[in-house]
Design a protein around this ligand. Structure first.
Ligand code: ADP
Ligand code: MG
Length: 347
């Protein structure tokens, strides 16, 4: 269950899974070459409009290359793959500098920067808490308060030493670990955009698990449309945005969670308290130039809850927050969202 931004042309099934979703149905318009694969634990769909058979062949090849790039990124950043670079990093003892690839170092730096900007709401070192709550979801037993406090103690980008010249990182506490779940999908989307462009594609729509990138246009005069799914009604589209060369990402409490003793526990954890986010912010959508940034900041805004709007304004983020107001849902638009997309209609 999810609220996400979804390209508006995706099947109902996918709309049930993601929040920011491409919008469509039976549509006339340009011929579209597309492919869908399950990667990074989610369904990734790439579409490219074409004008000729020659264009179609170029698009097919570009899309194939793009999927290979996502698979490569998964092999670097997945915590579920024992041979990934990140799994190797996570095994290193505290105090020992571990050499990391330029790519991983770059993403760690960006994550640390996001942590600073969001006052710790986003933190790539959240792994001890993610592991603890994942286990709770599986065993259906809440972790004891002491275990949560112990895990909070191991979380914090400030305990991560980065040496850019040597391209090493050092964990300063025992039991620390990195979890790229809040940025890797967005980063992969940005890499797909780069691969498509290098392959001669200037118009495409990429959607993966709640993050979408609208590259160029769908048709000569037609922009890509992305629907923000209603957080509490998977069959409803909350708003439709028309975007060009922009990423949109939605994070929310309804996407991945478990229910225990009647309470909903999100997969997004507040690194400062050690607990999954409350249900005050139902979803946060960020529109940005980079999908990695949209991914990180949407997660951070969910953690920030009532402070999300203020933070988004101060950081100049174009964001839409759907917030619980008693039994009702209310929306807050931050940064330039209202000005640019505030008139977004439901269709
Ligand atoms: P999704 O992956 O479903 O699109 P998000 O982008 O919000 O959702 O990322 C959630 C994932 O990020 C979690 O599954 C976990 O791996 C990781 N995570 C959870 N809480 C945080 C946090 N506060 N900061 C950084 N990463 C987080
Ligand atoms: Mg995210």
């Amino acid at each position: 269950m999810t609220i996400k931004s979804i390209p508006i042309c995706i099947s109902l099934l996918i709309m049930m899974t993601f929040a920011a979703c491409p919008v469509s149905g039976v549509e006339s318009g340009p011929r579209i070459i597309e492919d869908t694969q399950v990667l990074m634990g989610t369904t990734v769909r790439i579409q490219a409009p074409v004008a000729s058979d020659k264009d179609a062949a170029v698009a097919r090849e570009a899309i194939n290359k793009a999927f290979k790039e996502i698979a490569r990124i998964e092999n670097v950043f997945s915590v579920f793959k024992p041979d990934s670079e990140v799994s190797r990093i996570n095994k290193v003892k505290p105090g020992e500098p571990v050499p990391v690839s330029a790519e991983a170092f770059g993403l760690i730096e960006r994550s640390v920067e996001c942590s600073k900007k969001t006052e710790g709401a986003f933190d790539v070192t959240v792994k001890p808490l993610v592991d603890l709550w994942r286990e709770a979801g599986k065993s259906k037993k809440l972790p004891p308060a002491e275990a949560i406090a112990a895990a909070v103690n191991k979380v914090g980008s400030r305990y991560l030493l980065l040496d850019k010249a040597k391209s090493t990182i050092t964990f300063q506490k025992d039991g620390m670990g990195l979890d790229f779940g809040g940025i890797a999908k967005g980063y992969a989307t940005d890499r797909v955009v780069a691969v498509l462009k290098e392959s001669g594609i200037s118009n495409a729509l990429i959607s993966s698990g709640g993050n979408t990138y609208c590259l160029g246009m769908k048709g000569e005069k037609e922009m890509w449309k992305v629907g923000i799914q209603h957080p509490r009604d998977k069959n409803k589209v909350f708003a439709v945005l028309r975007l060009k060369d922009k990423a949109i990402d939605t994070s929310g409490d309804y996407e991945k969670y478990f229910i225990l003793h009647g309470r909903r526990y999100s997969h997004i954890i507040d690194p400062r308290t050690g607990y999954p986010i409350g249900d005050n912010v139902v979803s946060a959508t960020v529109v940005a130039d980079s999908a990695a940034n949209a991914d990180m900041f949407a997660t951070a805004l969910c953690v920030l809850g009532a402070d999300g709007s203020r933070m988004a304004d101060s950081l100049g983020l174009d964001a839409l927050l759907i917030i619980k107001d008693g039994e009702k849902l209310k929306t807050e638009m931050a940064g330039g969202f209202k000005e640019q997309y505030g008139k977004a209609k439901k269709k």
